[in-house]
Design a protein around this ligand. Structure first.
Ligand SMILES: [Zn+2]
Length: 134
């Protein structure tokens, strides 16, 4: 898989903070309930913190009480890439930015949330940057 935005690892390391690098480029997870956008209800667009691609909007954000920003759908279905993740003894679906391949979080299905899709895109705040609607 090749991405529109590809950079050598040293460049990502130089451009991102150590915490951003750990989540975006090493598929880390920020601690629950600590991310800056967990409870944010500001209207706007959430972009990839690594490459700036528009990924999610406040319209699809919902209160999941899981500790991370949760969306029931991406802004556009081709904005994200879904990959089977068998790490940590679980089968999960990893969500990556389709433009640069950076790790965003995971998507879960069929949990019974009252949303139009019954999907929960569980995304690290540190992978996103919110641009408030003007
Ligand atoms: Zn990206």
């Amino acid at each position: 898989m090749s991405y529109d935005v590809e950079k050598p690892d040293e460049q990502w390391r130089a451009e991102l903070t150590p915490a951003e690098y750990q989540v975006l480029r090493q598929a880390g997870t920020e601690p629950a309930f600590r991310g800056e956008y967990t409870d944010t209800t500001t209207k706007g667009v959430y972009s990839c913190r690594a490459c700036g691609a528009e990924l999610f909007t406040s319209t699809e954000k919902f209160e999941s009480h899981c500790g991370w920003p949760s969306f029931y759908d991406p802004k556009d279905s081709d904005a994200v890439e879904l990959i089977e993740d068998r790490s940590h003894g679980m089968v999960r679906t990893e969500v990556r930015c389709a433009r640069c391949g950076s790790h965003l979080g995971h998507v879960f299905e069929g949990e019974g949330y009252p949303t139009p899709t019954d999907q929960r895109y569980c995304i690290n705040s540190i992978s996103l940057r919110l641009t408030p609607e003007s």
